[in-house]
Design a protein around this ligand. Structure first.
Ligand code: C2G
Length: 446
């Protein structure tokens, strides 16, 4: 008797799960299915699981393919299960290809082709919808986005669009999703859109997606002009659609904890904020060759402005820019100084100059310091006048952190969250205004 085992969350049970179980069963004579517990999903960073464990177990049972159902509640359990149950074949969907090769030391490993195009019609009857997301753009961030979507339940990557069809085709093959030569076909097949194309194309794609009735998550900086930002948000509101700017730091648990502690008077009244983010970029990359939209501030400025705007707000009294330029006249290092009624702030960012990359929030009773990469907030410390008194905090930052904004975007769409408090449209508009002022200062008015 050939014994097969597979594992999954099986949340919002759909055709992809059904086909996986059907084909797993066909690999042998006896199929064991491990259903993940909420605790294990939290531990491995699978967010937004909707159905309780018993519902997910019941849905697997009802499929009729499982001869035995167990629960998966800890990392490493797969190895002991394979030995405990004398398993011949471990199988999982091909979206995991390579991740479980280590199991070959214990049994045969088979990756079953992932099901594209799950229609989730079955779910609509149960009034539980899986959002099918389409990606516009095939660059680095788009490649980071796909694996992060897999770890958020209730959303599935449907396909990708890029005007350079070859690039879209290659991306789709790599991620086992569909690609579209015509953007109209793309819009027909998706429920929501993630815009991850070059900065200057964001406005047109966001507008088009909204026009097609799609909720939009757009990479930062969403747009480079205040008026465009205001127009897109007004249009989204008019259409009853959700529009999010994806500054991932704003949505991650560590940054939320940091803001919470900074705002509770722990360090007194906040008087000074210094946010620095540097990342040495290859001089041949778009960021340092695109003379209109490239440079450090358009690339990294959103991150550095985020803590300043979240803590001091959007009503600064004065703003000043100073930049160091390379031979392309692009800013390889930029310092932005903002004056508020209650304090002062400095944002520095650089693609061609390496600095500490630290976030400092100074108050009348103490200060908070977050070392680089503070934009992927995990650990931070609160210091006081007494140098022996230091409060340390930490929070996990899972994967590339995009799953947090995806979860919040999804929850807004599904009506579970009512407030965009983590990054409000007013804050997004204020960031666009500062970027626009910077480009005007540089003589690159868009
Ligand atoms: N699956 C699929 N096609 C889809 C969606 C999912 O074939 N469109 C497969 C997945 O590859 C997985 C199984 O269905 O093999 C269950 O998917 P999930 O419930 O999303 O579980 P997952 O997070 O993939 O966990 O320890 C758990 C395993 O790592 C799998």
């Amino acid at each position: 008797m050939t014994k097969v085992i597979t594992y999954g969350t099986f949340d919002l049970f759909h055709e992809g799960h059904y086909r996986l179980l059907q084909r797993a069963k066909a690999l042998g004579d006896y199929l064991i299915v491990g259903v993940t517990t909420e605790k294990y999903d939290m531990e491995r960073g699978k967010l937004n699981v909707i159905d309780p464990l018993m519902t997910r177990i019941e849905n697997v049972r009802k499929s009729g393919f499982a001869d035995e159902i167990i629960i998966e509640e800890a990392s490493g359990q797969k190895v002991s299960d394979v030995q405990k149950y004398h398993i011949d074949i471990f199988t999982v969907g091909s979206d995991w290809v390579g991740q479980f090769d280590y199991m070959q030391n214990y049994c045969k490993v088979v990756y079953i082709e992932r099901t594209k195009n799950i229609s989730s019609t079955m779910l609509r009857e149960q009034n539980k919808q899986i959002q099918k997301i389409g990606i516009i753009g095939t660059g680095r961030i788009a490649n980071r986005f796909v694996p992060e979507v897999k770890l958020v339940s209730g959303i599935s990557v449907q396909g990708v669009y890029n005007p350079h069809t070859e690039s879209a085709k290659k991306f789709s093959q790599n991620w086992e999703i569909d690609f579209y030569e015509e953007i109209e076909d793309f819009f027909k097949d998706v429920d929501v859109v993630y815009v991850a194309s070059p900065h200057e194309t964001h406005y047109d794609y966001v507008k088009a997606a909204l026009k097609h009735g799609k909720h939009v998550l757009c990479e930062k900086p969403m747009v480079l002009k205040k008026a465009q930002s205001e127009e897109l948000f007004a249009y989204a509101k008019e259409c009853g659609l959700i529009l999010f700017e994806g500054i991932k730091t704003a949505y991650c648990p560590g940054f939320e904890k940091l803001l919470g502690i900074a705002c509770t008077g722990t360090i007194g009244r906040i008087k000074y904020i210094d946010a620095c983010f540097t990342k040495l970029e290859s001089p041949n990359n778009r960021e340092l060759t695109d003379k209109r939209y490239g440079g450090s501030f358009t690339e990294l400025g959103s991150y550095c402005l985020l803590p300043i705007i979240k803590l001091f707000g959007i009503d600064y009294q004065d703003i000043r820019f100073e930049s160091i330029h390379d031979d392309n006249e692009l800013d390889i290092f930029t310092k932005v100084s903002l004056t508020y009624q209650e304090g002062i702030a400095v944002a520095t960012c650089g693609l061609g100059v390496k600095a500490e990359g630290r976030l400092l929030i100074a108050g009348t009773k103490g200060y908070i310091v977050v070392e680089a990469p503070w934009w992927k907030t995990t650990c931070f410390e609160v210091h006081y006048e007494d140098p022996t008194q230091v409060d340390k905090y930490s929070e996990r930052f899972l994967g590339t952190g995009l799953r947090y904004e995806i979860k919040d975007f999804l929850n807004m769409i599904n009506g579970n969250d009512k407030s965009d408090f983590k990054l409000t449209r007013g804050e997004t508009v204020a960031i666009a205004e500062i970027v626009e002022k910077f480009l005007a200062y540089e003589g690159r008015a868009v």
